[in-house]
Design a protein around this ligand. Structure first.
Ligand SMILES: *[C@@H]1O[C@H](CO)[C@@H](O)[C@H](O)[C@H]1NC(C)=O
Ligand SMILES: *[C@@H]1O[C@H](CO)[C@@H](O)[C@H](O)[C@H]1NC(C)=O
Ligand SMILES: *[C@@H]1O[C@H](CO)[C@@H](O)[C@H](O)[C@H]1NC(C)=O
Ligand SMILES: *[C@@H]1O[C@H](CO)[C@@H](O)[C@H](O)[C@H]1NC(C)=O
Ligand SMILES: *[C@@H]1O[C@H](CO)[C@@H](O)[C@H](O)[C@H]1NC(C)=O
Ligand SMILES: *[C@@H]1O[C@H](CO)[C@@H](O)[C@H](O)[C@H]1NC(C)=O
Ligand SMILES: *[C@@H]1O[C@H](CO)[C@@H](O)[C@H](O)[C@H]1NC(C)=O
Ligand SMILES: *[C@@H]1O[C@H](CO)[C@@H](O)[C@H](O)[C@H]1NC(C)=O
Length: 557
């Protein structure tokens, strides 16, 4: 059972000791350490709960409490290596237990040398082997366009190691692919998969080069080393089709695409050869305006990740989960961060370690007020127990490998210090109502934010002890339509009266989430966010009405 309504929980609770709310965990590394022996736990908030107790056990030992928090995440540090650990979360209201999570389990480890580093603070490439492999040759099909944006050709490139490619063989031209669009077309989200019969199959979103009026898909297939044979461009079973994904599990494959001009999303089964649509299995995300579908299967669950249709600006990511692509699918669950860490839900990369990471799209060059080159963020996805629940998190650096197959060892984040801010006393010169929401550890929940009474304002966290601060992250209210960016800086103080600079973001145009690297080696007990102004990301106008601090996270030691 994945997702049950709160009324169902109450009914179940009358009969069961626990209803097992969903939780997930991932291991991460603290920068400067050799081991991967810290865990980030996440869970789905339980209605009526005011506090969560996190318990841990090693092997067959007894559970002991390792933390309590009001939010839906918790870090545990310095775990023993090479032994399986279990965690469970207990949701309480005052002293009363409302619910307890199922167990999540992980084994802290010391990584081998075979990892690539993904730097989430600059433009980076994920180095992963193509799954289009035949007779020890890896294939890749590069999409090339003319300067006016119209498709020109697909180029086949080959590789013997799966990473470095050479070649310049034209395998499909605009004369063939674009004929139905008066010889000027474009493809988006083109995806290639290997059919069990050895063919490589491509599905893509097909449009005229100048607009998005067609709402079609294009299909092609190739024998390894052969031409890319075009199988047609059309609306699947007559439904308009825009952002899409093509996903396979064994012999079966599906096309998932936004339809009714991005209002709803359809899941179609494909024919045995994967080059034609068989039937419309189910419509999901109804009237939810979701885009950028991406599917991954883990532990018997299919997860469908999406962004919200929001142009190029960041949006709230969600997933739905099911045991079968035909459904039943769960209700939508908010994930990650209300602004996808200043990006949009993108594709999911699966690894041999039965792990995956989100490659979120940061379309910053296309923002109305541009924010640097477009790039992608790698966000490790947490494994869950048996409930069809997922979580992902931002780290400045991520280590990943498609060579390491040890369970849970293929991808991990590197965090710059411990989280020092969650649940600590806070204050502001702009009121205190709901102020604890700004450092409760929850950053994926819309409408759970501290609303300062005025702009400019400051907001301050008392870390309790003098600490070296490595990084401060700000997540702000998202309004869905008139998104904002904050002009601010972060300062620190040992005594609460004299402050010096941790980092300045007076030139910030990132929407919804900003990660500030500390430029100070000093020790601070008080960390203060000083917000100068809040601006509409569409036009740069003041937008104080949208003010809201979803979370401020201070990292350090
Ligand atoms: C928790 O306890 C406090 C004080 O005893 C009480 O005022 C409050 O209503 C309780 N909250 C819930 C949700 O029961
Ligand atoms: C695989 O490649 C080798 C070396 O290039 C070649 O001799 C052999 O015929 C190929 N096998 C197939 C099935 O294509
Ligand atoms: C690749 O092929 C195209 C089309 O034949 C040609 O214009 C281009 O110069 C070639 N590029 C290289 C690097 O060989
Ligand atoms: C192709 O051009 C013709 C003539 O201008 C036009 O009627 C038709 O709509 C065009 N087709 C597409 C797909 O743009
Ligand atoms: C874009 O350029 C290509 C190549 O020159 C041309 O065939 C195509 O018609 C152009 N498309 C438009 C919409 O002008
Ligand atoms: C794939 O299967 C469909 C339905 O059976 C058929 O219409 C189509 O021609 C096949 N495609 C290829 C490339 O064989
Ligand atoms: C502050 O330091 C003391 C002494 O090391 C420690 O007991 C306490 O837990 C620390 N407080 C916080 C909030 O870290
Ligand atoms: C931080 O920003 C505030 C508000 O804009 C400003 O008054 C202050 O001088 C800045 N502090 C530093 C150290 O730059």
């Amino acid at each position: 059972m994945g997702f049950i309504s709160s009324s169902t929980i109450l009914l179940l609770y009358a009969h069961l000791a626990t209803a097992d709310f969903p939780s997930a965990a991932q291991l991460f590394q603290l920068s400067g350490q050799d081991t991967v022996n810290n865990a980030k736990l996440s869970w789905q908030a339980v209605a009526g709960a005011s506090i969560y107790e996190v318990e841990q056990r090693s092997g067959d030992g007894d559970f002991s409490t390792v933390g309590t928090t009001a939010g839906n995440t918790h870090d545990v540090y310095d775990l023993p290596l090479n032994q399986p650990l279990d965690w469970r979360i207990t949701a309480r209201s005052n002293q009363t237990t409302i619910d307890q999570s199922a167990l999540v389990s992980l084994t802290p480890f010391t990584p081998s040398a075979d990892y690539n580093t993904y730097d989430n603070t600059v433009a980076s490439d994920a180095l992963l082997k193509s799954e289009l492999v035949f007779n020890k040759t890896y294939y890749r099909y590069d999409y090339e366009a003319y300067s006016n944006g119209s498709f020109s050709r697909f180029v086949e490139k080959t590789s013997s190691d799966g990473y470095t490619y050479t070649g310049n063989r034209t395998v499909l031209t605009s004369t063939t692919l674009c004929a139905s669009a008066n010889y000027s077309c474009k493809l988006e989200r083109q995806q290639f998969l290997k059919h069990p019969d050895g063919h490589f199959i491509m599905w893509a979103h097909f449009e005229r080069s100048q607009d998005y009026a067609l709402g079609q898909v294009a299909v092609a297939h190739a024998s390894p080393g052969g031409e890319l044979i075009f199988d047609g461009a059309f609306q699947p079973l007559g439904h308009d089709s825009r952002d899409m994904t093509f996903f396979a599990d064994g012999e079966d494959a599906w096309l998932i695409s936004s339809t009714n001009t991005n209002t709803d999303m359809n899941i179609y089964s494909l024919t045995k050869n994967w080059t034609a649509v068989d039937e419309l299995l189910v419509q999901v995300n109804k009237a939810a305006y979701r885009e950028a579908p991406a599917v991954v299967k883990q532990n018997g669950w299919f997860y469908l990740f999406t962004s919200r249709a929001a142009g190029w600006l960041p949006s709230q990511p969600q997933f739905i989960a099911a045991r079968s692509m035909a459904g039943p699918w769960s209700a939508a669950v908010d994930i990650g961060n209300t602004a996808t860490f200043a990006s949009q839900s993108g594709v999911v990369e699966s690894l041999p370690s039965v792990q995956s990471f989100m490659l979120a799209d940061r379309w910053s060059a296309n923002w109305p007020i541009a924010g640097g080159p477009n790039r992608q963020l790698a966000l490790p996805i947490s494994s869950s127990g048996a409930e069809g629940f997922a979580a992902y998190h931002f780290y400045p650096t991520v280590k990943y490998s498609d060579q390491v197959s040890g369970a849970g060892q293929g991808v991990f984040g590197v965090q710059e210090g411990r989280i020092l801010s969650v649940g600590r006393p806070s204050s502001s010169n702009a009121g205190s109502s709901d102020i604890s929401l700004a450092n409760d550890g929850t950053q994926d929940t819309p409408n759970a934010f501290f609303t300062p009474s005025q702009v400019p304002f400051w907001y301050q966290i008392d870390l309790g002890n003098a600490s070296t601060v490595s990084r401060v992250e700000l997540s702000t209210n998202m309004v869905q339509g008139s998104e904002t960016y904050y002009d601010f800086n972060v300062t620190g103080s040992a005594d609460g009266s004299s402050f010096s600079l941790i980092g300045s973001k007076h030139d910030n145009v990132d929407v919804g989430f900003v990660s500030v690297a500390s430029q100070s080696q000093e020790k601070f007990r008080y960390v203060r966010l000083n917000v100068n102004s809040i601006e509409n990301a569409h036009n740069g106008n003041e937008a104080d009405w949208a003010r809201g601090i979803s979370e401020v996270t201070v990292y350090g030691q």
